[in-house]
Design a protein around this ligand. Sequence first.
Ligand SMILES: *Cc1c(COP(=O)(O)O)cnc(C)c1O
Length: 375
Amino acid sequence: MDKIQMVDLVKQYQAIKNEVKNSMDEVLESAMFINGPQVKDFQTNLENYLNVKHVIPCANGTDALQIALMTLGLNPGDEIITVDFTFAATVEVVHLLGLKSRFVDVDYDSFTMNIDAMKKALTPNTKAIIPVHLYGQCTNMEEVLNFAKENNLYVIEDTAQAIGAEYTFSDGTKAKAGTMGTMGTTSFFPSKNLGCYGDGGAIFTNDDDLAYKMRGIVNHGMYQRYYHDEVGVNSRLDSLQAVVLNAKLKQLDNYNQQRKNAADYYDDKFKNHSSILIPKREKYSTHVFHQYTLRITNGKRDELNTYLAKKEIPSMIYYPVPLRKQKAYDTGDYIDSDFPNTNKLIDEVISLPMHTELSVEQLEYITSNVLEFFK
Ligand SMILES: *Cc1c(COP(=O)(O)O)cnc(C)c1O
């Protein structure tokens, strides 16, 4: 049996090696490293895949969030509602831009924004909501979008962990994660479901004016060379990364299916266990399993983590500290009892190996060891 990895990109590479190498050679021979035709191709390919009007490639998923916020013309002190239980990048950019974050609790079963908590966080200064489609499943977007519409708020979907997930509205219409809000953002960090071989990111929108503004912001605020209409940034996806993404985008649905197969295997082994809760699959969204995350309810999560490491099974705690308690973001004005679910999840969650290359033999080894721990 091959050594089990949290993410196995070496093996995944073998299947796309020739295509990637040949296309990379074209970039090297043409020396069009920045804004080469591969970037434009990828933009079009992703627009088609997502069925969205505009994809704006940029340098990484954190920049994508920052650029999305910069585009809205917000003012210092404007408030952004987002979740307390996510990767820090989501909120980092809010603070960088002098905006104010309002953290809210998540759902215990689906790990995404709790709708009641979101509604309670509204103040006259609220301007936007950033739902995070954590671990690969969409937030309850129908509720988020209705609330945003009623209160005139922007919605930026952080889709870094959920590219390819599909949402179904109550009237039956479907939309890809990241294409429902005012804007969606994603990351092509190597370990994401659609990852390149370095850093990369993108913003999605159906709004022509916002797209136009963003295409300038990513390029120093220039709409005409050396005329700077906006304060911008330098945030580009390079041609070599676009080559990798073009090859992998064709495989994305396959990749997500392989992840789902592994998740189905895990679910089946753990579903009736008295100390293990499997991730809930919501009716309104498909799940692309960026992470497969269990909740361990008997207080032995950390012991399990150590036990698995001894068996050479990697496992991770995403995330051990709520954002409102991080030194950088601790403003002191939150009440612990407003976050019952996050408070529980930080002690209970454990993510198991999840990638496109897991063999049945490896899955069997992982699941039997987890079950053995509880005996
Ligand atoms: C990975 C990630 C980001 C940031 O993406 P980078 O490309 O690493 O900057 C933002 N939000 C979430 C939820 C993420 O998982």
